[in-house]
Design a protein around this ligand. Structure first.
Ligand SMILES: C[S@@+](CC[C@H](N)C(=O)[O-])C[C@H]1O[C@@H](n2cnc3c(N)ncnc32)[C@H](O)[C@@H]1O
Length: 382
């Protein structure tokens, strides 16, 4: 058995990313194929409790404590967390039963690999964001769709979010009034920057700016809905030599959290209103259009298009889904978009139609991350 497991582990950690993923999928399918229907149904139905246990484990710093301080008894953990011994023991027993931690004796628990992964700061960010900002959507989605007769959802003020969060507000207005949700989203956005920031290396900014000679007022890079300015900071860091203003635009509440990057201007702006910066070299829309139905997305695009000069380029950093075989993270985010915003992740064809409808033409569309199908579209006025 040990040999077999070692061989499987070797296959799971060697080879290229695509064959590793394929082997991982085959293994999961093999395990599922020998389960009984009851086992499959129970495993699936109780997944939300595992997410809740991870969230509780983070609140109590269980994973970090076991990871850094070694095996702990319930009473040692009780002293650290202040939780009731019986409640804590039950939580730990559940976590161990689903493999989040290991139970080494009746009242002692220790770290295993899942525990060590969950102890990482990025795991805290991911679990917090998905649990707090998406969990209620998953719970509400079946009832909402049933009531809506499974029709298309295009209104961000009448989607799963409102019953899930008992509000009439759209997601971003609600988050702007709920600092814990907003902070969780901002932290998650910061984390995604590691993968999604790759587009800055993909696009030939230097060759595209060879004949760019801006006056003091002209803008080089305008990040529309740029959140706290991760991409403005990356852009500034990567191209300090390129001339022109760098402008971070977002709603004022979000800009209150903006990173203090020297050389980046902050401008409160609602992207449904006319774009105040005219004739910039680059306008960037990162993870914006996937938040909006086609109708609203076209409205945002028109505001930018009206401000674009012949030299302006619109850069859209969003998923470009394949027609088939989209990976689970991409399809999950698509449904999160449905639930949170009444919107969608788009295929290459859907992007082409959306931009074409407002008179923008695509120069290039590149998928720069095959795992999630993150892509970059560059477009100019047709
Ligand atoms: C999913 S985040 C994307 C952030 C960033 N562009 C990125 O790529 O990570 C969407 C952003 O749109 C902003 N936003 C939502 N509605 C807006 C509006 N009407 N006008 C301007 N910004 C808005 C939010 O505050 C948030 O920062």
């Amino acid at each position: 058995m040990a040999e077999l497991l070692a061989e499987i582990k070797k296959r799971l950690t060697s080879g290229d990313e695509a064959s590793r993923k394929l082997f991982q999928r085959d293994l999961h399918e093999t395990i599922a194929s020998v389960e009984t229907p009851k086992e499959t149904a129970i495993r699936l139905s109780l997944y939300p409790l595992q997410a809740a246990a991870a969230r509780i484990g983070h609140d109590l710093r269980i994973f970090q404590t076991l990871d850094t301080q070694g095996p702990q008894t319930v009473s040692e953990l009780q002293a650290l967390t202040g939780a009731h011994a019986l409640t804590l023991g039950r939580l730990l027993r559940y976590m161990a039963s689903v493999g989040l931690i290991r139970q080494s004796s009746a009242d002692t628990f220790e770290a295993n690999s899942k525990c060590r992964h969950l102890a990482a700061p990025e795991a805290v960010t991911i679990v917090t964001h998905f649990f707090e900002n998406c969990g209620p959507l998953f719970q509400e989605m079946p009832a909402f769709l049933r009531k809506n007769n499974y029709q298309d959802v295009t209104d961000g003020k009448a989607t799963v979010f409102q019953p899930a969060y008992h509000t009439e507000l759209d997601t971003y207005t609600y988050f702007s009034q709920h600092p814990d949700n907003l902070t969780a989203l901002i932290k998650y956005m910061g984390l995604e920057r590691d993968v999604r920031g790759r587009w800055l290396k993909e696009y030939p900014f230097e060759t595209q700016t060879q004949s760019w000679n801006p006056s003091a007022e002209e803008a080089l890079f305008v990040d529309v809905g740029g959140n706290v300015g991760h991409y403005c900071a990356l852009f500034k860091g990567q191209f300090p030599q390129l001339a022109g203003r760098i402008v971070l635009e977002d709603l004022p509440d979000t800009l209150n959290h903006a990173l203090p990057t020297p050389g980046v201007e902050k401008l409160g702006h609602d992207f449904f209103q006319p774009q105040p910066i005219k004739g910039a070299k680059f306008y960037h829309l990162g993870w914006i259009l996937h938040n909006w139905s086609d109708e609203k997305a076209k409205n945002i695009l028109r505001q930018i298009k009206t401000a674009m000069a012949p030299h302006s380029v619109l850069l859209i950093n969003d998923m470009i889904l394949p027609d088939s075989g989209a990976p689970p993270f991409a399809t999950a985010l698509d449904l999160v978009m449905l639930g949170a915003c009444g919107s969608l992740e788009r295929t290459g064809q859907q992007w082409k139609e959306l931009l074409g409808d407002v008179g923008l033409s695509i120069n290039e569309a590149v998928v720069y991350d095959q795992e999630s199908f993150h892509g970059l579209i560059s477009a100019t006025v047709a």
